[in-house]
Write a protein that binds this ligand. Structure first.
Ligand code: NAP
Length: 505
């Protein structure tokens, strides 16, 4: 299967031309073919920047999930992927990464149209990072050795890792292609078959990915994509008796349900990457105000704040607060809200109307509870029909307020203050979540002490960063369960550990 390449650069002309030409894959991808949902039903996905319909997508149901799981199981049992040599799997995945790179412009544009993500971010971050992610996991395949345990001379005991079998992967809408890459890289590298369920709002780039994977040589049935409602097919996938594991990125509430599905079905392994209410802790000895202001704004407003690692709580020393906050308000002008197709845009729309309303309701609750609104707070660009919200900052936030406790998943920052290091740590940890945290201090001993004291899966010192492909990403507390994306640790979680105990004669 060969697919034509659609060139997209950061030139407005190129974006316009590509948008006029782009085609959507809207059917499910099962056993190497695009197919309609068995029921023939479709649903309409909306462009969040205009509120207009974008595509009619196959609305899969339990029967389609079952067909995809059967195809995945057959491929796994036949060993067309799982039993290929690690080096062969590496070559296919490297070819896949090359083809994703070749089609990077088209895939970036699909995420931009479908999720309302700024085209500049899609072209320069999400897609290049995804290519790198596939390459990294591919390259790691034939670099890992297995183990021989230190038994006595009468035995040999090998400890080997084997693929889990059929993995269901359920994705969120905020990084549609990149989250697929974070899951697929290690799942495929370790020899599993997979059934992917993209978020209902953002299936387009993941459906196109399936065709590119087939072109790269990933055998039929190894990678299947079923779009549709999570409550219907996500649940069917996680309850399916022939699915060995489910890897999920999404909200803590739905993650909780997955554990129940597993308990009620076959005790499949469940890996959860969930929400966050992440602190950015700024000490009085933090240093350059301008640098910290820029980092803090990126941390909370990047990807419209629709980011699990959004630094939505700024916990700042009382003596540093006024200068930091006034610089942040000045610099917030750079956070241009606009059409995601415009390369100058830094904040696109919220994913859908109901989500925008939820974000605006949080703004109202902040006002009601007595926080001081110092920036934004309103819906904007109404004429476009899109779901845009201004970047918003509340000062004077108290730890008990809703805006300090709940994940808003929008461009809303809550500013809290402290006087002592001890108080800062208590505030940082005062959340049921524990995904990421940033801290700013020029005192290396303090930075080390506080990084250890914060209960989060990633703590960045003097920056806002989730690390790179080599570092595991996942959460403490209610931000995760048994799961880490990225790095060699992700390979381990998609494998079973087997002991082969041999008696020597
Ligand atoms: P969500 O509502 O939990 O949905 C996530 C996925 O689960 C979607 O594909 C959804 O399908 C599906 N789903 C819904 N109900 C289901 C059910 N009963 N059984 C099985 N699957 C079901 O989350 P979201 O709104 O897409 O994403 C935002 C959340 O993801 C935030 O909390 C964010 O923090 C978190 N997130 C975490 C990370 C991380 O790495 N820790 C990364 C990104 C996002 P539908 O599309 O049909 O709803």
């Amino acid at each position: 299967m060969k697919t034509p390449v659609l060139n997209v650069t950061l030139e407005p002309k190129s974006i316009k031309a590509a948008t006029a030409k782009i085609k959507f894959r809207t059917q499910a991808f099962i056993n190497g073919r695009y197919v309609n949902a068995a029921s023939g039903k479709t649903y309409v996905s909306t462009n969040p920047a205009t509120g207009q319909p974008l595509a009619k997508i196959a609305a899969c149901e339990a029967a389609d999930v079952d067909a995809a799981v059967k195809a995945a199981r057959r491929a796994f049992d036949q060993g067309v992927w799982a039993k290929r040599s690690p080096t062969e799997r590496k070559h296919v995945l490297l070819r896949f990464a090359d083809l994703v790179e070749k089609n990077l412009g088209e895939l970036a544009l699909l995420d931009c149209l479908d999720a309302g993500k700024p085209i500049t971010d899609c072209l320069t971050m999400d897609l290049p990072d995804s290519v790198h992610c596939f390459r990294w996991h591919a390259e790691a395949i034939d670099k890992e050795y297995e183990k021989v345990s230190p038994t006595g001379p009468g035995n040999v005991a090998m400890i080997v890792r084997e693929p889990l079998g059929v993995v269901g992967a359920i994705l969120p809408w905020n990084f549609p292609f990149q989250m697929a890459a974070w899951k697929l890289g290690p799942i495929l590298a370790t020899g599993n078959s997979v059934v992917l369920k993209p978020a209902r709002q953002t299936a387009l780039s993941v459906l196109r990915l399936a065709e590119i994977a087939a072109e790269a040589g990933i055998p039929d049935g190894v990678l299947n994509v079923v779009p549709g409602s999570g409550a219907v097919i996500g649940a069917a996938l996680c309850r399916h008796p022939d699915v060995d594991a489910a890897a999920f990125t999404g909200s803590t509430e739905v993650g909780r349900q997955l554990l129940q599905y597993s308990a009620e079905s076959n005790l499949k392994r469940i890996m959860l990457e969930l929400g966050g209410k992440n602190p950015q802790v700024v000490f009085e000895d933090a240093g350059d105000v301008d640098y910290i202001a820029r980092q803090a704004l990126s941390s909370v407003f990047w990807n419209m704040g629709e980011n699990c690692s959004s630094g939505s709580r700024l916990i700042v020393h009382r003596k540093f607060k006024d200068k930091l906050l006034s610089r942040m308000i000045e610099l917030s002008r750079e956070w241009v809200v606009g059409s995601p197709l415009d390369p100058a845009t830094k904040i696109g729309p919220m994913i859908e109307e109901s989500h925008m309303m939820k974000v605006l309701e949080y703004v109202e609750s902040g006002k009601r509870e007595g926080a001081k609104l110092v920036l934004g707070g309103k819906r904007t660009l109404l004429k476009t029909g899109g779901y845009f919200v201004e970047p918003t900052i509340f000062d004077g936030v108290k730890p008990a307020m809703k805006i300090a406790r709940e994940e808003i998943f929008g461009p809303v920052l809550s500013v809290l203050t402290f006087d002592t290091e001890e108080e800062a740590i208590i505030l940082a940890n005062d959340t049921p979540y524990g995904l990421t945290a940033s801290l700013y201090s020029e005192n290396v001993s303090r930075a080390h002490r506080v990084a250890r004291a914060i209960r989060a899966g990633t703590v960045s010192v003097n920056c806002f960063s989730e690390g790179d492909a080599t570092t595991p990403f996942g959460g403490y507390k209610q931000s995760g369960f048994f799961g880490r994306d990225k790095s060699i640790f992700a390979h381990y979680q998609y494998t079973e550990l087997k002991t082969i105990w041999m008696q020597l004669t």
